[in-house]
Design a protein around this ligand. Sequence first.
Ligand code: GLA
Length: 400
Amino acid sequence: MQKNCAKNTNTKITNPIKHIIQNKAVFNDFKPDLKIVSPGRINLIGEHTDYNNGFVLPTAIDKNIYFYFKKNGSPTKCNIKSKSYDVVLELDLDAVKPSETEWENYVLGVIHELKKITTKIEGFDCLIDSDLPIGAGISSSASLECGMAVGLNSLFNLGQSLETLIKLSRAAEHNYVGTKCGIMDQFAVVMSKKDHVILLDCESLDYELIPIDISPYQFLLLNTNVSHNLASSEYNNRRMECEEGLKIIQKKHPDINSLRHVTLEILEEFRANMDSVIYNRCHYVINENSRVIAAAEHLKAGDLEAFGTLMYQSHDGLENDYEVSCDELDFLVKYSKSNEHILGSRMMGGGFGGCTINLIHKNAVAPYVKEVSEAYKATFGIDLTPIVVNPSGGTSALLN
Ligand code: GLA
């Protein structure tokens, strides 16, 4: 998965895990005890605000990972088959360690975190299937983590709350993958409701489900199909830069515990003795938080034009102040501005690749996709992948 997922290079890997790239008898005529569906997510606005205790406006989408679980009677042996990679991962619950293979770390990381709080997990088999594009910045990793966590919680009656499962899925990403991500992806993947978006306060985890009806408009993702190497290291750097800015502010305002509580006026007091890069990072975060609140109000009022304007402003901040965009994303956002049927467009997720999210009139989707794909190919020599998405429900049991 290309997302902001660095391999945990600090961990010495002594891998007890076997991979079998062939069919394993256990998955022939497989009759699961439990089926779980876990979605990807989009974020309408509020990027890089989650780890600054700020606000985000995400929702799950109608693209999913499917999990088919079965207890296998062994105390510790597990088989996990990824259909996408055509690999069976064999593991022993008593010897879970980080792997060299990235997707496995999402699964192993969750098992590792669950084992810290329960002894009730025993041997199981799990088949994983997916129609969620991998590496497009729509949280296939959080979907995988949360589907595993919710599934094992249910299979073994662990009785853990959704909030615990969300937090331990994030911990899996911190500890097994190495990205110090915020809470947005896991929260959206688990807590979303069909035809709603979540206005989430990442400090308190209070949230509001806002009904969304954007017809005749539609969300269209355009996957750049690039993921620049900077993604994981720069993600963690941005986090540190924000912390650095906060520390400077705390010298005078010790009671302020995150950028979320810093106003532009307060930031201005420090402009002279703050490195301009640090100032710009803080400036972006403060503005983006305000945009999320305003955007939620516009959505409730049905003012999609005003909403779209904020999307463009968000991209501008991500490109210039926060510097997490790239040429391919900037090209797509700029291109969208010449199309009267598009109300807003911006890069989505961690940045340095992945998708733009576009608010576009339904009737304009097909001609626009054709036109922008040609222009993109002519400029970068890369195929663009369009993904039409709709706000959907979170991780849950699949009944049929
Ligand atoms: C990634 C992280 C999230 C969030 C976004 C940027 O998706 O996993 O926690 O920080 O980037 O908004």
